[in-house]
Design a protein around this ligand. Structure first.
Ligand code: FO1
Length: 306
């Protein structure tokens, strides 16, 4: 069995690569960027993985459903609501259904499982916790939700720090802990290490299980050179005082992983990473099409799955 820790649009490509080759894959997803909007619970990372696996994802944007329409949002604008968070009409059906099910007492895990079945997805999608954990960005303008920082304010404010509100008391999802425990390969997808992977590994139970399985954990770098493959990774890492490079990422994961896949362009960093007791494997990590998604996943399986 293989378990992938995933969050955000960087991760979904690798998840698809694994899914096209095997069905014994679990995807543990981040919940830190979940956001309440118009009374609906939006779970971007769960939905990105779900839509990605259902071949519904809008790949140009990296989120939402392809060819979705925005009539609902236009109407909300007429009603005087803020519409900076662009949820499409079909996407809204997901959030509305999820919220109703939550109100009827279902857990986020059960709802995610039910939705995956509706989309005919075989792979297990497991929210890392059913307890609310919220990623807050501390900026020069104050403390705000990740979506407000990144989407509403377009990531323009100066970042002073990042907090995972609620993480201390949150209980990891037992299915996520068991998936890590039972897997022969655990992959940390190339997601933002602070806002996509960070909230998951900040959960004590998850961190503990990963460190127990450290020899089986392989991280894929989300950075090539000094440039994150996508999104605001660099900005968050700088604010946290972490070097924006694969070495900075390796240091963040040093106590939970013993293998990292770096881009061939980062060969010069290999020695410093190996000094952290992490084995380095070089590959072309930028996934630009289905072929490169499959190729990277296949090479990870070949190299590390036993
Ligand atoms: N990202 C944007 O940059 N702008 C949006 O309007 C936006 C809407 C949106 C709606 C649903 C959803 O699931 C994701 C959405 N995202 C949007 C992506 C999201 O902000 C982040 O990329 C993730 O939270 C990071 O993983």
């Amino acid at each position: 069995m293989i378990t992938i820790l995933a969050g955000g649009s960087g991760s979904v490509k690798l998840v698809r690569g694994f899914a096209s080759q095997r069905s014994d894959v679990n995807v543990v997803t981040n919940v830190g960027d979940n956001y309440w909007l118009y009374g609906m619970y939006v779970c971007p990372d769960i939905d990105t993985i779900t839509y990605g696996l259902a071949d519904l994802l809008d790949h140009d944007k990296g989120w939402g459903i392809k060819k979705d329409t925005f009539g609902f949002l236009r109407q909300m604008e007429i009603f005087g609501e803020e519409t900076w968070f662009r949820i499409g009409d079909r996407d809204t059906a997901t959030h509305l259904t999820r919220t109703n099910m939550l109100k009827n007492g279902k857990s986020l895990s059960d709802i995610t499982k039910w939705m995956a079945e509706k989309f005919s997805i075989e792979i297990k999608i497991i929210p890392v916790t059913d307890t609310a954990v919220e990623t807050r960005i501390i900026t020069d303008k104050g403390d705000m939700h990740l979506q407000e920082f990144w989407v509403k304010h377009r990531g323009m404010d100066e970042v002073k720090g990042i907090e995972y509100q609620g993480v201390e008391k949150a209980r990891p999802n037992p299915d996520a802990v068991n998936a890590i425990h039972d897997s022969n390969l655990i992959v940390i997808a190339p997601g933002n290490p602070l806002t996509s992977i960070g909230p998951m590994i900040a959960l004590k139970g998850i961190r503990k299980e990963l460190s127990k399985k450290k020899n089986k954990v392989v991280a894929v770098s989300p950075i090539i050179g000094n440039s994150p493959v996508s999104g605001p990774t660099g900005k968050y890492m700088e604010a946290a005082g972490i070097e924006v490079s694969v070495l900075g990422v390796a240091k963040m994961y040093a106590d939970i992983c013993s293998n990292i896949i770096i881009d061939t362009k980062d060969r010069a960093k290999a020695k410093e990473i190996e000094a952290l007791n992490i084995n380095v494997h070089e590959s072309k990590i930028k996934m630009t099409n289905k072929q490169s998604e499959d190729a990277l996943a296949a090479s990870i399986i070949k190299q590390y799955y036993s």
